[in-house]
Write a protein that binds this ligand. Structure first.
Ligand code: SAH
Ligand code: ZN
Ligand code: ZN
Ligand code: ZN
Ligand code: ZN
Length: 461
């Protein structure tokens, strides 16, 4: 098997863990009247400690899991003085981007009028520079001769914010991006709500300039650098953990309008959130976007339908996603990335990516490329990985990671090939597990089997 690594190791796979947590953090969600940080309304959490019945509730930044990015914190029952409230408001104001989206659009319009020799991009500030601004950036590294092609592919001009847990920007490999777009096109969609998928958005945008390509895209992303390249009806500064539009009612209206399907133009939402993301928070935002889509449908048609969606996420979150979206199913397609060592299609052979597509569309409609080894299972009525064998007992193609899984009669289900049935634990697990370990929960997610440093809910790698 080409590189077991990430996709198959026990650590980082919450499904490998069978025992409920003994303490940790739980998300309660968006609460009415929640205080705000520069990233919009904070989320309410509860911190539980082993042995104590009731946990203590607190608010924390919805977007940043790294305290260095945003250290907003407030106990729910904390009294906040008027002066502190005022200071907080001032702080939130001063932490907004220095240019508004409108100003950035205007700057772009001026930028494209410049001759190539005067088109500079400051790599330190991640900003297109107008000649009058050169002086202020004189000791910064910059790129020259920024071409139209470069302006059309901002995801390659901007550096990915991958070091930050907050953004976790992992860009689709061209092959995966092209696959998604081909699939969307083949399914007959004409509009794509791109939530945290700047590379898919830019692929659509640059094709939109070609004559016979009719698909439109609106990008919702927390990365404001993209506002330098897109107009106000092409990009909204948005936080997908609290459904917050930084541009206020006008931006919300842009999104609402975009979701309105006139003349039968079908919409699909595609999202690829940071994997450290809290599934509960993401789900509640996505439900709000779905409701927005539905609202505009009033009295038109398909009233009892859901907005079609592709949610791109690792397979080990399957049960979490299905909890919130029971109509979804997971596709076997392995999504590859450019700037992620573990999830990309290597030079020497294929590394297994654990990232999949979850969708509420009928699985049989999601045609996976046969030349990449996917095949159609007539019994399951969906495309599966070549290694994914149909289990007669489960009556399903049960593999999650692309390898052939084996059926355990005691567990009454298929399990990873490397697992064995432990009679002490009474379940299938890794051969080298120690039975006593079970029960000692991870500090962060409360689940057993791993420690805080390797908690799958914190980071992708
Ligand atoms: N594979 C995608 C990128 C996914 S990386 C592509 O190639 O297009 C995750 C994306 O989500 C990044 O663009 C990041 O800026 C965005 N993001 C991270 N946190 C977010 C938040 N709280 N709200 C909205 N977008 C966010
Ligand atoms: Zn600069
Ligand atoms: Zn089975
Ligand atoms: Zn166990
Ligand atoms: Zn078993």
């Amino acid at each position: 098997e080409g590189g077991g690594d990430m996709a198959t190791s026990g650590a980082g796979d919450p499904e490998a863990l069978c025992c409920p947590g003994a303490g940790g953090l739980a998300l309660l969600g968006l609460a009415p009247g929640a205080p705000s940080c520069p990233h919009g309304p904070a989320l309410l959490f509860v911190k539980t400690s082993p042995g104590k019945e009731e946990g203590r509730r607190f608010y924390a930044c919805s977007a940043c899991r790294d305290r260095r990015d945003c250290n907003f914190f407030q106990w729910e029952d904390e009294k906040v003085s008027e002066t502190r409230l005022a200071a907080r408001e001032e702080y939130n104001r001063s932490h907004q981007p220095s240019f508004t989206h409108r100003q950035n659009v205007e700057r772009y319009n001026n930028f494209i009028l410049l001759p190539l020799s005067k088109r500079r991009f400051c790599q330190e500030c991640q900003q297109l520079l107008l000649p009058a601004e050169w002086e202020n950036h004189s000791d910064h590294q910059f790129l020259c001769d920024i071409s139209t092609a470069q302006l059309e592919t901002p995801s390659q001009l901007l550096y990915p914010l991958e070091n930050k847990k907050t953004n976790a920007q992992y860009l689709f490999a061209d092959r995966s991006c092209q696959f998604l777009l081909d699939l969307i096109t083949a399914l007959g969609f004409r509009r794509v709500l791109s939530v945290g998928t700047p590379r898919l958005h830019e692929m659509i945008q640059s094709k939109a300039s070609q004559e016979d390509f009719r698909i439109r895209s609106l990008l919702l992303d927390i990365d404001f650098r993209y506002s330098q390249f897109y107009k106000e009806d092409e990009f909204c500064h948005y936080n997908m953990f609290n459904h917050y539009f930084f541009g206020g009612e006008a931006a919300r209206e842009t999104c609402r309008k975009f979701l309105h399907q006139d003349s039968g133009e079908r919409v699909i939402m595609v999202t690829d959130p940071p994997f450290g993301g809290l599934v509960g928070a993401l789900s509640s935002s996505f439900k709000k976007l779905m409701a927005m889509w539905k609202e505009t449908e009033k009295g038109v048609y398909n009233n009892n339908q859901e907005m079609p969606m592709f949610w791109i996420f690792p397979y080990f979150f399957e049960s979490r996603i299905l909890e919130f979206f029971p109509s979804f199913s997971m596709m076997d397609y392995q999504v590859d990335y450019d700037n992620h060592a573990l999830y990309k299609h290597g030079k020497t052979g294929r590394r297994q990516s654990p990232v999949r597509i979850f969708t509420n569309l009928t699985p049989s409609m999601i045609v996976l490329p046969v030349e990449e080894g996917y095949r159609f299972c007539a019994m399951c009525q969906r495309y599966v990985s070549s290694g994914n064998q149909h289990c007669e007992i489960c009556n399903s193609c049960t593999s999650k990671d692309g390898r052939r899984w084996k059926h355990c009669v005691l567990c009454k289900k298929c399990v990873k090939p490397s697992w064995f049935h432990c009679s002490k634990c009474n379940c299938c697990t890794l051969p080298n597990h120690s039975c006593e370990e079970a029960g000692a929960g991870c500090f962060v997610c409360g689940k057993a089997g791993h420690k805080r440093s390797t908690c799958p809910s914190l980071s992708r790698s």
